[in-house]
Design a protein around this ligand. Structure first.
Ligand code: NZQ
Ligand code: ZN
Length: 378
């Protein structure tokens, strides 16, 4: 048995047509002015922006807009938006988008109360306060809609780092799976790979914790099944809904309760997307995760064989890994670093970036381990 805390205060409004409830949620909290944060414009094309602003207007909420958050969001954008938030004296931040927009919104919400948000990544300042955060989710992948984490890239130093504070749980998140019908297939697949990875990051540390293992197996099977259904029929609303809910549960504390977690694959992937900002996080994980499993599974044979059997239908690890890779391929995801545009000469720098801090619990990894994983993924 392992002692643990479970805490998740985010209120989730899930389902069809629920985006229009955002105004009421914000106004019920006594908030009258928000910073609306968005990405590259997909919300203008799929009607989400119109639904959000109509709801804000109907509830007498004024807003200021910040556009242009890009995938693998960057520190310079956060700093720019913090200045806008302060200048306009907003009472809350409203993220309308995927993980990149939500993570940027969290950084802004905390950033208004510190000297410089990057200091909080480096342990120079602490996050003790933040503006309230509201979310209209448009891409199920990161779980950021219901967790206190955010990941930002410092483009100058090429560091992509995670950060977290209990004050950064969104107050309310609206998840309407139908708004994800406009996603390019590749983003849907990247989201599924990311959600699967979030579960596995905890699952493999789960020996003896049967409830967690059974919950996690159910979530993994549901993600694979829903994504395969969407591959045949991207407009299947039930499959969108199942994938969306599983992705939220994958990183809102449910899948990891009882467990320690490993997170090496995430740290290695973050190095890859820090050096290659055009690499989608889920695509990077589809490449790194199988290579990591290949490197570490012998450390905890029982739980890896259980995963092979219960998720991939074979006790054999080589068959399970082959089935995992061919699932990612079927979904249109890359399976090698080469396909992601990474060159062989870069591998030492990537390994140094990822191994700059202690890494891994399934197997503690040093620079040489990370090099071997990257070479296997190449
Ligand atoms: O820029 P917009 O117009 O919003 O377009 C986005 C973007 O191009 C598009 N998109 C989103 N919803 C759409 C849509 N296109 C059409 N229709 C829709 N409904 O999808 C593209 C990717 O969006 P992004 O937000 O970057 O994707 P994702 O949600 O996968 O977020 C990835 C970021 O989150 C971090 C990743 O490292 C990466 O930086 N992570 C955050 C975590 C967290 N906060 O807990 C944990 C994760 O492990 C992860 O590290
Ligand atoms: Zn992830």
């Amino acid at each position: 048995m392992r002692n643990f805390n479970f805490y998740n205060p985010t209120k989730i409004l899930f389902g069809l047509g629920r985006v229009k409830e955002i105004g009421a949620e914000i106004s019920n909290a006594g908030i009258s002015k928000v910073l609306l944060v968005a990405g590259g414009g997909s919300i203008k094309q799929n009607g989400v922006y119109d639904a959000v602003v109509l709801s804000l207007k109907q509830h007498g909420i004024s807003w200021v807009e910040v556009w242009g958050v890009r995938p693998n969001p960057v520190l310079s954008k956060v700093r720019e938006a913090v200045a806008i938030a302060k200048e306009n004296e907003v009472d809350a931040v409203l993220a309308v988008g995927g993980g990149s927009v939500i993570d940027t919104s969290k950084a802004i919400a905390a950033g208004v109360y510190v000297e410089d948000i990057w200091n909080t990544f480096k342990g120079i300042e602490r996050i003790e306060k933040a503006l309230p955060i509201y979310v209209v989710l448009t891409l199920s992948a990161t779980g950021s809609e219901a967790n206190p984490n955010f990941v930002i890239t410092n483009e100058e130093t090429k560091e992509k780092l995670g950060n977290s504070s209990p004050v950064l749980y969104p107050r309310v998140s609206i998840i309407d799976p139908s708004v994800q019908m406009s996603l390019p297939w590749y983003q849907t697949a990247c989201g599924a790979a990311d959600a699967l990875a979030h579960i596995m990051e905890s699952y493999f540390t789960g020996e003896g914790h049967e409830t967690a293992l059974y919950v996690d197996e159910g979530l993994m099977l549901s993600i694979i099944d829903s994504t395969d259904r969407l591959l045949c029929d991207p407009k299947n609303l039930d499959a969108r809904a199942n994938l969306a809910w599983a992705a939220t549960l994958a990183l809102n504390g449910v899948s990891s309760a009882q467990l320690r977690g490993d997170w090496s694959s995430h740290v290695i992937e973050h190095a890859v997307s820090a050096f290659h900002p055009d690499v989608a996080h889920g695509a990077g994980l589809a490449v790194i995760y199988p290579a990591w499993i290949g490197h570490v599974w012998m450390e905890r044979e029982a739980v890896f064989h259980r995963w092979a059997q219960n998720i991939w239908g074979s006790y054999s690890m080589s068959v399970a890994l082959e089935r995992m890779r061919s699932t990612f391929k079927r979904w249109g995801l890359p399976t090698t670093l080469r396909e992601l545009g990474v060159s062989k000469q870069e591998l030492p720098d990537l390994a140094a970036n990822a191994a700059s801090k202690p890494l891994g619990t399934v197997k503690p990894l040093n620079y040489d381990d990370v090099m071997r994983i990257l070479e296997a993924a190449f």
